[in-house]
Ligand binder design. Structure first.
Ligand code: FES
Ligand code: FE
Length: 459
């Protein structure tokens, strides 16, 4: 079988090279939309965005518009945002509250549970012809509320979401609920949305744990707010990471993370501001987190990606970011910022300002990253450029697998040396989706690299 990755013979994942065509060719992009985004679990939104009956948030799954809505009985649904009559978007607002979705075209009306509620002139024109029960909004067949985050898949046969996450779950958990004392206690305080001229995969692979790109953030490092800042936010990174060991982890289903494992018994170190109230709150969180998670509280993820297009920052700034595809060379980024729902207003305000400085279209680090992705995309469109593949050989066959880190057993393919094995694993799964593989293969269940007791060979 010819893989989409291999059509020109320039991709070799064992060797660590990937054909640029997969970032710029329209026919390969169409395969992604049809074979990948119709099957994988995709992040849609957060329950805190729709707390009341009738609340809705218009989201996306791949190229498709979907409505995340809480019906009048409190049940959450995800519907295709397209009228069953002639396809018009039934909801053109970003978010709001409604008891009905009325299509602007011919005014078919749907209740918040998706059922047809009204069709103009039904008795005169449709009676005995159209069965309203059969023309509800199309509902995504698989949906899960995971610690407040809503994920969905169009594939009825998809494994349950926790199986899909596999060993990546504990790392995602750090982003979702680990700053406060109780699971699922986060809320979204804002969503940044912006469009940038890049292929969506460049953003997703960056968050798999491409820590090699830190030179890009040199300017923000110098003023103390960059990812590798010496001073950080009042030195937060150096302090928090005292005696921590960095780890790069690839997961069987294509997810990846760059994290760190703090030394056992590390004390909380004041780090967030010259404000005792804020400091006290984060000290409280640190203690609650240790009490609840035990040893796993020592995991401090920087960035991760849940295959295929949901990335996260696992510590402050704590957020999820979705890279929505808009064609080969355009992506829409949506970054959902999380805070503890019961944090004092002062803490939420402090974090809001920090998030705005750090991330999103106007954030100082995000701007650095986007420059790279958009110029790399633009420079790969040309006929000559496309003759030469991208390089993913970093630490290939060098990084020893090391599941014991600072005395903590960490699952997945774990190394304490910077590597690009996360990206190599990501593109292996990407290729399997485009090949129409079964879920065993998509989850990497037969991939000996992830066997629990496999020889600890480096890749
Ligand atoms: Fe919606 Fe006709 S397209 S009512
Ligand atoms: Fe970056």
């Amino acid at each position: 079988m010819t893989h989409a990755l291999d059509t020109t013979g320039k991709t070799d994942l064992e060797e660590g090279v990937v054909d640029r065509d997969i970032f710029v060719r329209d026919d390969i992009y169409r395969q992604e939309i049809e074979k990948l985004f119709t099957r994988a679990w995709l992040f849609v939104g957060h329950e805190s965005q729709i707390p009341n009956p009738g609340d809705f948030f218009t989201s996306r799954m791949g190229e498709e518009s979907v409505i995340l809505v809480r019906d009048k009985t409190g049940v959450i649904h995800v519907f295709l945002n397209s009228c069953r009559h002639r396809g018009m978007k039934v909801c053109r607002y970003d978010q709001g509250n409604t008891s009905l979705f009325t299509c602007p075209y011919h005014a078919w009306t749907y209740a918040t549970d998706g059922k047809v509620r009204g069709i103009p002139q039904y008795q005169e024109l449709y009676a005995g012809v159209l069965d309203r029960e059969k023309w509800s909004l199309i509902e995504v067949p698989r949906m899960v509320n995971y610690k407040g985050t809503i994920w969905a898949s169009w594939d009825e046969k998809a494994p349950d979401f926790e199986t899909y996450l596999g060993d990546a779950r504990i790392h995602l958990d750090q982003a979702l609920d680990c700053r406060d004392g109780r699971p699922g206690g986060s809320e979204v305080i804002g969503v940044h949305k912006w469009v940038f001229p890049s292929n969506w995969k460049l953003a997703a692979e960056n968050f798999l744990g491409d820590s090699y790109h830190n030179p890009s953030h040199r300017s923000v490092d110098l003023i103390g707010i960059g990812p590798s800042a010496r001073t950080g936010v009042k030195g937060r990174r150096d302090n928090e990471l005292e005696m921590a060991r960095h780890v790069w982890i690839s997961f069987a289903a294509g997810h990846g993370v760059h994290s760190a494992v703090q030394a056992a018994g590390a004390e909380y170190v004041a780090q967030f501001a010259n404000d005792p109230e804020i400091e006290e709150y984060f000290r409280h969180c640190h203690n609650e987190r240790n009490a609840r998670l035990g040893d796993n509280a020592r995991l401090l993820p920087f960035t991760g990606t849940i295959f295929p297009n949901t990335s996260y920052h696992g510590r402050q700034p704590r957020n999820l970011c979705v890279w929505h595809p808009h064609g080969t060379t355009e992506t829409e980024g949506w970054r959902f910022f999380l805070v503890d729902a019961d944090a004092p207003t002062k803490v939420k305000d402090f974090l809001r300002h920090f998030y705005m400085r750090y991330s999103g279209p106007a954030g100082m680090t995000e701007q650095d990253d986007m420059e790279n992705w958009l110029y790399a995309t633009k420079a790969s469109v040309g006929t000559i450029a496309r003759r030469y593949p991208f390089n993913y050989q970093l630490a290939r066959n060098q990084a020893e697998l090391d599941p014991e880190v600072n005395g903590l057993t960490v699952r997945g393919r774990v190394t304490t040396k910077m590597t690009e094995h996360m990206a190599r694993g990501y593109y292996r799964r990407w290729r399997a989706y485009l090949d129409g593989a079964g879920w065993d293969e998509l989850l990497g269940q037969n991939d000996s690299r992830f066997a629990r007791r496999a020889p600890e060979a480096a890749e």
